[in-house]
Design a protein around this ligand. Structure first.
Ligand code: B4P
Length: 190
């Protein structure tokens, strides 16, 4: 089973690369950002709570996203594997994911981190904000808050996987196909 964590700051290209990876490897894509936006568009209580935090560039509480991922693992039992995109975003989420997978006799194959500098992230997200109208991409101040939140709470997740010898970092600047090739080279070595 191939279970991949795609890691990196907001706008690093996780969602973009996930789309290509699911086609090549037949994996299930689990994006907590997409799942949360789904809840928002359906107007659920969870979505209302999440929207407030997301619009401020803050993370949604761990128990909310862990619960969503747990449900998705249960409803996709026969899957060949999963791409975790935007999850885990805290060390508590990483620990919970390990427990969930262990209880199913599975484990994370590896984490691949996309390295992109802050100026490029801001540029990409503002562009997407203009094209898509995504509220958390429209405002430079919110984008900077998301990057700070990433540095404080999410960056330490890399150490969690480094300790397990499951961490690999690649350059996230370049064409989408160049970055995809670099990711598939890492996967080939698993
Ligand atoms: P996400 O939806 O995960 O958003 P993201 O990290 O900003 O996006 P991603 O990194 O996937 O974007 P991509 O590079 O593909 O999270 C949104 C919010 O949800 C969070 O701020 C948080 O509030 C909440 N949340 C989600 N998961 C959570 C969790 N686990 N715990 C708590 N809260 C959680 O795309 C960016 C842009 O760059 C695109 O326009 C793309 O076209 C472009 N791009 C991609 N690759 C490129 C390249 N190589 N060159 C140039 N442009 C490129």
């Amino acid at each position: 089973m191939l279970n991949l964590v795609l890691f990196g700051p907001p706008g690093a290209g996780k969602g973009t690369q996930s789309q290509k990876l699911i086609e090549k490897y037949g994996l299930i894509h689990l994006s907590t950002g997409d799942l949360l936006r789904g809840e928002i568009s359906q107007g659920t209580a969870l979505g209302l709570e999440a929207k407030k935090l997301m619009d401020e560039g803050k993370l949604v509480p761990d128990e909310v996203v862990i619960g969503m991922i747990s449900n998705k693992l249960d409803t996709n039992k026969g899957a060949k594997g999963f791409i975790f995109d935007g999850f885990p975003r805290t060390v508590a989420q990483a620990e919970a994911l390990d427990s969930l997978l262990t209880s199913k006799g599975s484990a994370i194959s590896g984490m691949i981190a996309l390295e992109v500098n802050d100026d490029e992230l801001e540029h990409r997200l503002l562009l997407r904000g203009k094209e898509s109208g995504r509220p958390d991409d429209a405002n430079p101040e919110v984008i900077r808050k998301r990057i700070v939140e990433y540095n404080n709470k999410t960056a330490p997740v890399a150490d969690f996987y480094k300790k397990q010898n499951k961490f690999k970092s690649i350059n996230g600047i370049g064409s989408i196909n160049e970055i995809f090739d670099a990711i598939t080279n890492v996967i080939a070595a698993y």
